[in-house]
Write a protein that binds this ligand. Structure first.
Ligand code: NAD
Length: 372
C-alpha cells in the first residue's frame, strides 16, 4: 500500500524505523509545514518530499496518509486528507475535541474511507497475551484494574537533549501544553476497551501540580500533569488509570481477579512478560502467593526495536493492519468506532481539570476481536 507522511517531527523517525518490518507499506513521500523539517527527513531517510499538503493530496498514487502532526493539527490535516479521498491513520488523538473526532469518523464513513488512530500497542504480544489469559480465566473472574502511566518528573530530565534519530528535538513545549494524559492515557485505554468492551461512565480528577516547569520557552497553557480516573465498563469491570509526570516512572498494569493477579510491567514494550500470582487459601485465610508464574506468550515477541521508552514500540503495526483491511475491505483491529470511543474516554479524563464531574460516555464500539 502506498503511504505518505504528514509531519516530519520526532515521532516520524519511529515510524520509518519500523516500516522495514512491514514490507507491504511503501512510503512515497513526506511533507511538513516547516520546510527544514521535511528536508532533513528527506535527506536522512532518502524519501521524496512534497512542497505542500495540497501537493501530497493530489498525488493519486497515495492511498493512505499517516498524520504525524502535533495533536492541535490532527483535525485539520485528517479532514483535508479525507476530503481528498485518502484513508487516514492518525497519531493519537483523532482530535483534541470530541465533536471534531466524531465529525472525522462520520466524514470517513460517508466517503467510504478508513480512519484509524494510534496507539497500536494493543497489537503487541504482551497485550494479546494478557487478553488470552483473561479469556482463559487464568485469574478466574476479573473485577478490577490498576493501570499506571507515570513517567517520572520529566521537566527535571535532560529533555532538551533528547533527539530523534534524524536529529529532531523532543517537542517539550507541545508535550507539556498537550499534557501527559492526552499523550499517554490511550496506551492503556486501548487495552481496557479491547479486553472489557466499551465504557459507560468515568469519574476523573486532573490537576496541574507543577505550574512552572522552568522551560526555556514559556508554556502558553497548563495541561494536567497528573490525572486519575475510575472507569466503569458496560461489562461491570472497573479500572483505575493514573497518568502523570510527577510520580516516579511506573507503567504497570495489574488486573485483580477472584483467583489471582495478572500483571505486566510496561505496555510500551511489546515483549513485556506477563505474570500471574495465584490467590492461595491456607486454613481460613487467603493471600497472594508471592511466587509469580510467567504466562506463555501467544506468539514469540520480536526483540527490542529501540533502546528506551516509547522507542521500543512497533509504531507501524497499526498502519499495516489498517492497510490490510483497506485491501480486503475488512474491518481493521483499530476500527474508527473503537478509536473514537478511546478518544472520548481520554478527553473526558483530560477535561476533568475543568469539569471535575462524573462523565457519561456518548459513544460505544463493537467488541474487538483478539489477534494481530
Ligand atoms: N514524541 C514522542 O515521543 C511521541 C511518541 C508517540 C506518539 N507521539 C505523537 O506523535 C505526534 C507528533 O509528535 P512529535 O513528537 O513528532 O511532534 P513534533 O513537534 O516533533 O513533530 C510534529 C511535526 O508536525 C508538523 N506539523 C504540525 N502541524 C502541521 C500541519 N498542519 N501540516 C504539516 N505539518 C505540520 C510540525 O511542523 C512538526 O515538524 C503527536 O500526536 C504525539 O502525541 C509522539
Amino acid at each position: 500500500m502506498n503511504i505518505a507522511i504528514v509531519g516530519c517531527g520526532f515521532v516520524a523517525d519511529y515510524y520509518v524505523k519500523t516500516l522495514a518490518l512491514h514490507s507491504e507499506l511503501k512510503l512515497l513521500g513526506a511533507m511538513d509545514r516547516l520546510p527544514e523539517r521535511a528536508s532533513r527527513f528527506s535527506t536522512y531517510h532518502s524519501v521524496p518530499t512534497y512542497d505542500s499538503l495540497a501537493d501530497l493530496l493530489t498525488d493519486s498514487r497515495v492511498e493512505l496518509v499517516l498524520n504525524l502532526t502535533n495533536p492541535g493539527s490532527h483535525y485539520e490535516v485528517s479532514k483535508a486528507c479525507l476530503e481528498a479521498g485518502k484513508h487516514v491513520y492518525s497519531e493519537k488523538p483523532i482530535s483534541t475535541e470530541i465533536d471534531q473526532a466524531k465529525e472525522l469518523v462520520a466524514l470517513a464513513a460517508a466517503k467510504k474511507l478508513y480512519i484509524s488512530s494510534a496507539p497500536c500497542n494493543v497489537l503487541s504480544e504482551t497485550a494479546q497475551t494478557v487478553w488470552q489469559a483473561l479469556r482463559e480465566k487464568a485469574i478466574g473472574e476479573a473485577y478490577l484494574v490498576y493501570a499506571e502511566m507515570d513517567d517520572g518528573m520529566v521537566h527535571q530530565m535532560a529533555y532538551d537533549q533528547w533527539l530523534s534519530e534524524s536529529g529532531v528535538p523532543w517537542p517539550y513545549k507541545d508535550e507539556f501544553e498537550v499534557g501527559c494524559t492526552l499523550e499517554h492515557a490511550g496506551y492503556y485505554i486501548t487495552w481496557l476497551v479491547a479486553f472489557f468492551g466499551p465504557a459507560v461512565s468515568l469519574t476523573a480528577f486532573s490537576d496541574c501540580l507543577i505550574k512552572d516547569k522552568q522551560t526555556a520557552v514559556p508554556l502558553e497553557r497548563n495541561a494536567p500533569d497528573f490525572s486519575v480516573a475510575c472507569i466503569k465498563f458496560a461489562s461491570g469491570m472497573v479500572a483505575r488509570l493514573t497518568c502523570g509526570i510527577v510520580a516516579p516512572h511506573d507503567h504497570e498494569l495489574k488486573i485483580i481477579g477472584e483467583k489471582g493477579i495478572l500483571y505486566t510491567e510496561d505496555c510500551w514494550y511489546y515483549g513485556s512478560p506477563v505474570y500471574i500470582k495465584k490467590r492461595m487459601r491456607i486454613r481460613r485465610k487467603t493471600f497472594i502467593n508471592p511466587l509469580r508464574q510467567k504466562y506463555p506468550f501467544v506468539r514469540k515477541p520480536g526483540g527490542k526495536i529501540g533502546y528506551k521508552g516509547s522507542q521500543q514500540m512497533d509504531f507501524c503495526r497499526g498502519v499495516a493492519n489498517l492497510a490490510q483491511a483497506i485491501k480486503t475491505g475488512g474491518k481493521p483491529k483499530l476500527s474508527a468506532d473503537y478509536c473514537l470511543h478511546v478518544n472520548e474516554i481520554v478527553l473526558a479524563i483530560q477535561n476533568a481539570l475543568d469539569t471535575g464531574a462524573p462523565y457519561q460516555l456518548t459513544t460505544t464500539c463493537e467488541p474487538l476481536e483478539p489477534g494481530f
